[in-house]
Design a protein around this ligand. Structure first.
Ligand code: HXC
Length: 284
């Protein structure tokens, strides 16, 4: 995939990517390392961490993998200490770790709700606060990028705990952009549409027919590629976006807008048919 970034765009940075062993987190970690950053990834399972670290190292990059469940405040503190012992001060944070499943809301148990909200919302807060505390204490600049979702703004049926927690992440991003901006700390977010990663697809896409329907909702008629998201994330963590603060960048091929426009159903018909219909409606 073409990117015109300088190969040292992220050199001198130590970037933490939560949930960095798989999916979008892995794609970002690989790219940040390729752009010169030291990357520390965390996650609950050691195997994906080890595999991603080894892939980064094979490509000549610097990476560490440390087991950590972001739902646990003490574990997050211990993780950051360990990360800094190994690779020096963390300069950038990506809140990527997420949990989700499709469920009728009336059937979700308290544990199910907790599993999602604690991973997404609490985990992002714990990591962001811990990094912010360090940066404020040291008087150094910093940047946080959080992975939200387009339905943080609109809400979505059948993923209510996810929608609630992602909306909270957006609120955190905007609030802290104002609170910490003066101290040189920027916070931004990406609101992705559907990206076919294993973690998301296994839980959110029941079968091929629904996958096809999901694709047809997207004006560009395809899903996103994790590498494309990694490109945007690299820009948002770098000084190229130094004036961007508190922004939520929608990255969905136009899906969310297309779902909202009243007359967008016409875009699903062949263009010649639409033209003929509209011609008929013109006054003589
Ligand atoms: C209802 C469910 C459920 C389901 C689990 N639970 N799956 N309830 N429907 N499909 C309930 C369990 O019964 C249990 O409650 C509680 O949730 C915790 O489940 P555990 O398996 O014990 O916990 P845990 O191992 O922590 O699993 C958490 C998880 C799991 C969220 C359920 O899916 C997970 O680990 N996910 C992490 C990765 C992930 O979700 N990636 C996708 C993110 S994609 P009880 O009451 O029985 O004890 C994303 C993208 C959004 O967010 C945009 C997409 C287009």
């Amino acid at each position: 995939m073409a990117t015109d970034f300088a190969p040292d765009l992220l050199a001198d940075h130590h970037i933490v990517v939560t949930g960095g062993g798989t999916g979008l987190g892995r794609a970002m970690a690989l790219r940040f390392a390729a752009l010169g950053a030291a990357v520390t990834i965390n996650g609950r399972r050691p195997e994906p961490l080890a595999e991603t670290v080894s892939d980064i190292e094979e490509a000549g990059g610097i990476a560490e993998g440390i087991q950590c469940n972001v739902r646990d405040h003490e574990a997050v503190q211990a993780f950051l200490e360990e990360a800094e012992d190994r690779r020096g001060p963390v300069t950038r944070l990506v809140n990527n770790a997420a949990a989700n499943f499709l469920a009728p809301t009336e059937d979700i148990s308290p544990n199910g709700f907790d599993a999602i909200v604690k991973t997404n919302l609490y985990g992002s807060f714990y990591c962001t606060q811990a990094c912010g505390q360090r940066w404020l204490e040291r008087g150094t600049e910093g940047a946080v990028l959080s992975i939200a979702t387009t339905y943080a703004e609109t809400g979505s049926a059948y993923v209510v705990p996810s929608a609630m927690s992602k909306a909270g992440i957006v609120a955190m991003t905007r609030s802290l952009a104002a609170e910490w901006g003066r101290e040189g700390i920027r916070l931004n977010a990406i609101a992705p549409g559907p990206f076919p990663t294993e973690g998301a697809w296994d839980r959110l896409v029941p079968d091929d027919e629904l996958e096809q329907k999901m694709r047809e909702r997207i004006p560009v008629r395809r899903f996103g590629e994790p590498e494309e998201l990694a490109t945007l994330a690299s820009f948002l963590l770098s000084d190229l976006s130094a004036f961007m603060n508190g922004e939520v960048v929608t990255f969905d091929g136009g899906e969310a807008l297309a779902a909202g426009g009243q007359f967008n159903t016409f875009t699903r018909m062949p263009r010649e048919q639409v033209k003929a219909l509209m011609q008929q409606m013109r006054p003589d």
